[in-house]
Design a protein around this ligand. Structure first.
Ligand SMILES: *Cc1c(COP(=O)(O)O)cnc(C)c1O
Length: 471
């Protein structure tokens, strides 16, 4: 273990130097040919190498090529900088190396506390065992929708796990036009068929149109299909919009539908000052997906699904007959009975460290600070005559575009090219999307180290990238 002690000390230094120096580095840079060849083409060494050499290789071959999300001027997609507390404990989790499928050990037990904390933060009712950590919201969604599918089948007097879906009326799920692709992916994987995923239009604020939802459900029911689930968003990736959850919950209750909420990015936005009203109804969800590896900054991976009734996901996944179930953990059994994963990493340790280090106050501060940055950028955009906002800011995402005077027609092409050009310049990182049929730029704020100065740099970098493209 002396090797580990020595190389480990060096690794801690390298890690701390890297994190301390992130702001001075380029946000992102292309991988040099030689390093690309090494990263992708190297041979497995015949004779093992030393730990010191491994630390060296990580330092010189990998740390220069981050995705960019640790940098205070990274505004792409929904990827946060890592919490230092999460970084700290990652190797300790590996040292314990449990499978958190279940059982009587720290790895499995700590997950109960972490899931309860997450439910409390999101304002979601929690009973012991009502949720589990996952690889991300995509997996959380699969668990939520599989539970929904099995409940609907049971209500109709059959068993979707035993019989498969053949010979039954197609089950139909409803998502908004701004819903995340993981909803469709889960529906495909669960055998529902993408053609039974109804895309509900959105209103002028990119929120699910509830009248349209009602109409679609009525139409499908009349056609002999089986509406079974509505999946709302609490924070869409494009604009950060929060669907009218209370009204959607009412529709779900009226029609006997499972109510799923995708809060992967935005569920914790409820903690921002004055935001709670927009989230009213989230507590009525049958399942809620959220991603501690997003706003909270738990090092990847850490997703979570919360369930109103834990029996629903156990019924969808457990292969332990009820009379054999392990009641040692207060009758909760193993986590592997509640989802598809068997061997499960010790995600709870990174999540626990991250949340303990921030405390509730620190988490609220982080959310408020990043939401404020989004509002500040929006105000700067409104004050500038070469940019325009494309959506109201409701969480910490700003959707906008570069206007280039009024030479329309070229505006779309230009905005499509801007994100890559900004990324190449290396001083900021933003990504694009399509909003309301237009090419858009979007900036997502998750990093408490971002300053107002960084926002000016972002806009200037965007202008310079636009000029480069136009030239
Ligand atoms: C990130 C995200 C997802 C997918 O979650 P993963 O953790 O990447 O699996 C789903 N929905 C929204 C709104 C997201 O932001």
């Amino acid at each position: 273990m002396d090797d580990l002690r020595r190389a480990g000390a060096a690794a801690v230094d390298v890690t701390a130097d890297y994190l301390a120096g992130v702001r001075e580095q380029r946000v992102w840079q292309p991988v040099a040919e030689e390093d690309r060849a090494w990263l992708t083409g190297q041979d497995l060494p015949t004779v093992g190498r030393s730990l010191d050499e491994l630390v060296h290789d990580v330092r010189v071959r990998m740390l220069p090529y981050p995705m960019g999300n640790g940098h205070p001027r990274f505004f792409g997609w929904v990827n946060s900088p890592p919490s230092p507390a999460g970084v700290l404990v990652a190797s300790m989790a590996a040292a314990l190396n449990p499978s958190c499928a279940g059982g009587e050990h720290a790895g499995a037990l700590l997950e109960y506390a972490v899931v309860r904390w997450l439910a409390d933060l999101a304002g979601y009712p929690h009973t012991a065992g009502g949720g589990l950590l996952t690889s991300g919201a995509s997996m959380a969604t699969i668990i939520g929708l599989a539970s929904a599918r099995q409940r609907a089948a049971r209500q109709d007097g059959w068993d979707a796990r035993e019989e498969g879906l053949c010979g039954q009326p197609p089950m139909v799920m409803y998502v908004s036009a701004e819903g995340h692709s993981c909803l469709r992916k889960a529906a495909e994987l669960l055998g529902l068929g993408a053609r039974h995923v109804r895309v509900v239009p959105v209103d002028g604020r990119f929120r699910m149109d509830v009248d349209a939802l009602r109409a679609l459900i009525a139409q499908d029911a009349k056609a002999g299909l089986r509406p079974f689930c509505v999946a709302a968003s609490a924070g869409t990736v494009n604009t950060g919009a929060v669907d009218p959850l209370e009204e959607i919950a009412d529709v779900a209750a009226d029609r006997g539908l499972w109510f799923h909420v995708d809060g992967a990015y935005g569920a914790l936005g409820v903690l921002a000052d004055g935001a709670a009203a927009a989230y009213a109804g989230i507590e009525r969800a049958d399942s809620l997906a959220l991603d501690p590896h997003k706003w909270l900054g738990v090092p990847v991976d850490c997703g979570c699904v919360l369930l109103r009734d834990r029996a629903s996901s156990r019924d969808a996944f457990s292969l332990v007959p009820a009379y054999l179930r392990d009641d040692s953990a207060a009758g909760l059994g193993w986590f592997s009975e509640y989802g598809p994963e068997q061997t499960r990493p010790f995600r709870a340790l990174r999540a626990w460290a991250t949340m303990s280090y921030l405390g509730r106050d620190g988490i609220v501060r982080l959310v408020n600070q990043t939401v404020r940055l989004a509002h500040t950028l929006a105000a700067m955009i409104e004050a500038a005559d070469d940019f325009e906002l494309l959506a109201p800011v409701t969480t910490s995402i700003v959707a906008f575009r570069y206007r280039l005077g009024n030479r329309d027609g070229r505006v779309d092409d230009l905005n499509r090219a801007i994100p890559a050009a900004v990324q190449q310049r290396g001083r900021a990182f933003l990504t694009g999307t399509r909003i309301g049929g237009m090419e858009a730029l979007r900036a997502c704020f998750l990093n408490p180290a971002t300053t107002t100065e960084d926002l000016s740099i972002l806009l200037n970098e965007t202008r310079m990238a636009a000029a480069e493209i136009a030239a």
